[in-house]
Design a protein around this ligand. Structure first.
Ligand code: NDP
Length: 334
């Protein structure tokens, strides 16, 4: 096999971007000591940004997005991995400026690769993907800041999205009372089934009054959207509360005062899954595969083919995704 199938984003002279299936050469892949035959990838918000020309994510086109990949080692110059090993890669530069998981092969440094954590299948590992690792990191940070289930409710924004859905299900499994914030009124039953105790409309968590503090009613939060919603969450946390902030779907801006921090001792915890330390990454993947393993993982996941990706990206950019999307890269009959 010297060529393979991949989704490629091309930049037109008029500044528009087009996503299309193409044949690519293995010889053209980035440098790296592990070549992986990709079976599954998944769709994350960053892929939608890369696929539509966001230069903060991807500087040079043509390019193959896909920040996640799970598959089998095809060749390895690293002693850490042998031909035939089931492995996964999430984050680092994969799918940003390194050809990503929306192609049948990736080549990466061994330091990006981790063994697929037993007993997860390759499919299940991508049902979690970057979204699952991010949700787990958010929970890890809340736990390490003393936010235990007995402290009170945890609010999760962007609730029906990939990170939001997994965060709700994981928090509920760990015994937290979860309030889900959504812009989709018809998703109530979906969110209750994930384990949410109650559903809040996005509008009710979007305070524009200019008040520096609101009633302190949540012990913690996982925010995937940023902007005034994150600012509202900060001023609605109770004394000693903490918010793990990981996203910007609403806005990358954050306008706040210092009052939540200096009058209520609130903590704003930054979360980045892409460069997350390897030992923590392995620890959290092990938890996702074992004691934190979700029974609902498959039911909240939709499987699509590579050719479905362009349309699904538009759905994601318009905020209409529910749950996780796994991309079946390996099955050419799809
Ligand atoms: P999804 O597209 O799956 O989910 C986003 C959800 O946000 C939507 O389903 C919707 O949920 C809500 N939403 C959409 N538009 C708006 C809006 N304008 N205002 C408020 N809420 C909105 O994305 P992901 O879950 O993959 O990612 C979520 C965010 O987290 C992204 O910004 C992504 O870049 C970031 N992220 C960060 C990571 C990190 O390491 N820091 C890793 C992974 C993701 P609902 O209708 O229920 O409100």
């Amino acid at each position: 096999m010297t060529t393979f199938r991949a989704l490629v984003v091309s930049e037109s002279p008029d500044g528009t971007y087009h996503l299309h299936l193409a044949e690519r050469a293995i010889a053209d892949l980035s440098d790296g000591d592990v070549l992986i035959r990709v079976h599954y990838s998944s769709l994350n918000y960053k892929d939608a940004l890369s696929a539509t020309g966001n230069k903060g994510v991807t500087r040079h086109y043509p390019h193959t997005p896909g920040v996640d990949a799970a598959g089998v080692v095809e060749s390895s110059q690293s002693e850490a991995f042998q031909v035939g090993d089931e492995v996964l890669v999430t984050g680092f530069d994969l799918g940003m400026n390194t050809a990503g998981g929306f192609g049948e092969y990736i080549r990466v440094p061994h330091s990006w690769v981790i063994p697929c954590p037993a007993p997860l299948s390759l499919f299940e590992s991508m049902a979690y993907g970057t979204a699952g690792l991010t949700a787990a990191l958010c929970i890890h940070k809340l736990q390490h800041n003393g936010i235990t289930p007995d402290r009170g409710s945890i609010i999760v924004t962007g609730a029906t999205g990939g990170v939001g859905s997994l965060a709700i299900a994981l928090l509920a499994k760990l015994g937290y009372r979860v309030l889900a914030v959504t812009g989709k009124p018809d998703s109530r039953q979906y969110l209750l089934d994930l384990g949410a105790a109650d559903i809040l409309s996005r509008d009710t968590v979007n305070d524009t009054s200019g008040k520096p503090l609101l009633k302190g009613q949540y012990a913690g939060a996982i925010d995937t959207v940023g902007g005034t919603i994150l600012a509202t969450v900060l001023k609605s946390l109770s004394y000693g509360g903490a918010v793990a902030a990981c996203g910007l779907v609403n806005s990358s801006e954050l306008v706040t005062t210092v009052y939540p921090f200096i009058l209520r001792g609130v903590s704003l915890l930054g979360v980045d899954s892409a460069e997350c330390d390897r030992s923590l990454r392995l620890e959290l993947w092990h938890k996702l595969a074992t004691e934190w393993k979700l029974d609902c993982l498959t039911s909240l996941t939709t499987e699509i083919s590579l050719s479905d990706v362009p349309e699904t990206i538009q759905t994601m950019l318009s905020g209409r995704i529910t749950g996780r999307i796994v991309v079946n890269v390996g099955d050419r009959s799809l």
